[in-house]
Ligand binder design. Structure first.
Ligand SMILES: O=P(O)(O)O[C@@H]1C[C@H](O)[C@@H](CO)O1
Length: 293
């Protein structure tokens, strides 16, 4: 017979990790920042850092993708306590979806109220350019349509309800705040707002798939974020989602362009300083408004 397969974490397992972290750091984060591919440099904006390698944290999965360092960085940003994931987990790495989203519930137990979720994404909207920042206003959850949701399985009411609402997944006030911040920083020319579609990866999309996603209403495509957002909303966090358009999706059969991870990382490096200023000012304003914009 096959050994019984693990179906998810227990409440106690999330708690073991949260308690372990709480015992090892005095930081009590209210904000979590999840760094997308090549965007780990965002953690550098945190002061008074306490850094943990994922391999040292009980129950934590390990990062396997280039551009995801695999470190949890606690620190303060403009006086506000934050925790930053330098590296996230993706379905294509072979993790079950409940492992992909494991850190989110740990953060909730640590007291996090707001999740800032970033990613690298391919632009489907023809008005988008490489290097644009896209405020995520909504998502299309393709793995979810096929039943691969992080909330599948018995629901633990201590985290949230059986049937959480997702029509307000990406907080409108936080998006407004981001628009204000971008305007003040002179970033409006490369700021967009749109719909992010998650696919399973790791292969980049075919031309026909890109056309399909665009017709479904997606402005950008990626391989992450949505699972984390669903779990964050389920447990009552406010979510701000930000995509960096690292490449243009190939939509034309005559095109010689080929999506590739190196271009994704390179665009991240080129936009690193603007992204840091954007997130830093955004968090500063959150503080000023006591998280109520
Ligand atoms: O972690 P994110 O979603 O930013 O990473 C994207 C999707 C793939 O992991 C990778 C492809 O280049 O970048």
């Amino acid at each position: 017979m096959f050994p019984e397969q693990k179906q998810g974490y227990t409440y106690e397992e999330y708690k073991v990790t949260a308690d372990w972290l709480r015992a090892k750091t005095e930081h009590r984060p209210l904000i979590a920042i999840i760094c997308g591919s090549g965007l780990g440099g965002l953690a550098e904006i945190l002061k008074d850092q306490k850094v943990f390698s994922y391999s040292d944290i009980p129950n934590f999965p390990q990062s396997t993708v280039q551009g995801h360092a695999g470190q949890l960085v606690f620190g303060t940003l403009n006086g506000k306590s934050c925790v930053c994931m330098q590296g996230r987990f993706h379905l294509y790495e072979g993790f079950p979806i409940w492992q992909v989203t494991f850190p989110i519930r740990v953060f909730q137990l640590l007291g996090v109220q707001t999740a800032i979720v970033t990613n690298a994404a391919g632009g489907l909207n023809e008005d988008y350019n490489v290097g644009d920042m896209m405020l995520i206003k909504d998502h299309l959850n393709l793995p979810g349509f096929a039943g691969n949701s992080p909330l599948v399985g018995p629901n633990d009411e201590r985290f949230g309800p059986r049937f959480p609402c997702m029509s307000d997944a990406y907080d409108r006030d936080l998006r407004k705040l981001a628009q204000t911040v971008a305007r003040e920083l002179g970033f409006s020319d490369f700021l967009k707002e749109g719909v992010y579609s998650v696919v399973g990866g790791p292969s980049f999309e075919t031309i026909a798939e890109c056309h399909m996603l665009k017709r479904l209403g997606a402005d950008a495509v990626g391989m992450s974020t949505v699972h984390e957002v669903i779990v964050a909303r389920h447990c009552g966090m406010r979510v701000f989602g930000l995509s960096l358009i690292t490449n243009k999706a190939v939509m034309d059969y005559d095109s010689k362009s080929k999506a590739n991870h190196e271009e994704v990382l390179q665009t991240g490096r080129e936009r690193a300083s603007q992204l840091k200023r954007m997130i830093s000012s955004f968090v500063e304003r959150l503080e000023r408004n006591n998280n109520v914009c």
